[in-house]
Ligand binder design. Sequence first.
Ligand code: NCD
Ligand code: ZN
Length: 433
Amino acid sequence: MLTRIINGKVWIKDQIVERDIIIEGVKIKKIIKKTEGEQVDRIIDAKGDLILPGLIDAHAHLRDGNLSYKEDFSSGTRAAIAGGFTLVIDMPNTNPPVSNSQRLIERKTLAHGRIYCDVGFLVMPTDFSKITQLSKSGCLGFKVYTHRVFEDANFSEGERLRSLFKEAMKTNRPISIHAEDPKKIHKLPESYDAEEHSKAHPKGAEIEMIKEIIKVASDFPIKVRICHISTAEGLQLFVESKRYNSNLFSEVTPAHLALETSILRKVGKLAVVEPPIREFKDVLALRKGVWDGAIDVIGTDHAPHTLTEKLADKPSSGFPGFETAVPILFTLAKGGFLPLSNVVKALTEGPAKLYGLIEYGSIDKDKVANLTFIKFVPEYLIDSSKSYSKAKFSPFNGFKAEAIVTRTIVRGETVFTSEDGVIDLKNGKIVER
Ligand code: NCD
Ligand code: ZN
């Protein structure tokens, strides 16, 4: 099957060019001039939309298993393609956690035949002596939480991190870290609100743990992603260290780039997230980081929960993010608050480079035919009740936006259009290394 995409403004090597894309099966066959002839089976008219490499979300919680009441592979990947994401990287803090080969294999079996976009998996290792075997069971990398203990996975101490780095290094797969020092997180009462939660997770907790990670990372030649950096000081430490350690990767979320503490009063517990939403000066520092090219990855941290869990005495932290990422980020870019080019890179090239996914992250011959079409539109209001996620709430509900995803193509097939919504084609594949 040969497909020609016409009338697109195509993102190629950081430039927007008027070219046609020829897709053969699941791959991009070539990029040609509009005037060039080519015999094809079907034509997709992009109608002047921006065509980006399929967006990659390197920070997604698809849940399923015992948490399928929050989200499952089907609902999660439907929300992903509606948000323009064609590859999402799933986090291992599931129930049970993905902490060994058997659990990883079970998780892949669970995903099989149910995913609407490509999915890669991260694991949370506990027995480091089996880490090589674990990586060979098909994970893209490792993810650890320094602030919270999952079963026997405890990474709050530098020494434990150090032994992980030592063993993980042998697998040539990156380590991603949620950086908050538990010694600096305050104990919360039986019932608390968003502002109390925020105060309990002070900036110092993130800053101290980033210092520790940078120190450990400098001794091992392995890629490290510091997830969802939220503080100006944390980013500053990262930027200084990156000068002498190119293995360090930074990640920020759309929420930490767009929201500041006043949202906690506006939407209350819905905005509870770890690390918490920070002050405007931190938001500005993170945005400056995107301008400077210091941000390698923008990950949504799509973290669905039920509304009851969000509004409970002890609210669950995190909120969905797949479907609000493009509207929020591209609207900020249109307004001149973020550079479009670096936003696109951090959603495509950046994550592809982190995970060594050479077939992803750019529009070029022989790449997987994953594409995201985006259009700038007159102002509209984000409506989270229309989400494909099981979690139909968002701190961004009611926000003004000026960009939408118009079409998502996964492995050569259209799986979402803004007119028809999600198309019932489970075209995703599990991505391994
Ligand atoms: C995430 C979740 O719900 O799984 N929550 C969050 O507040 N970010 C976990 C995480 O990424 O830390
Ligand atoms: Zn996290």
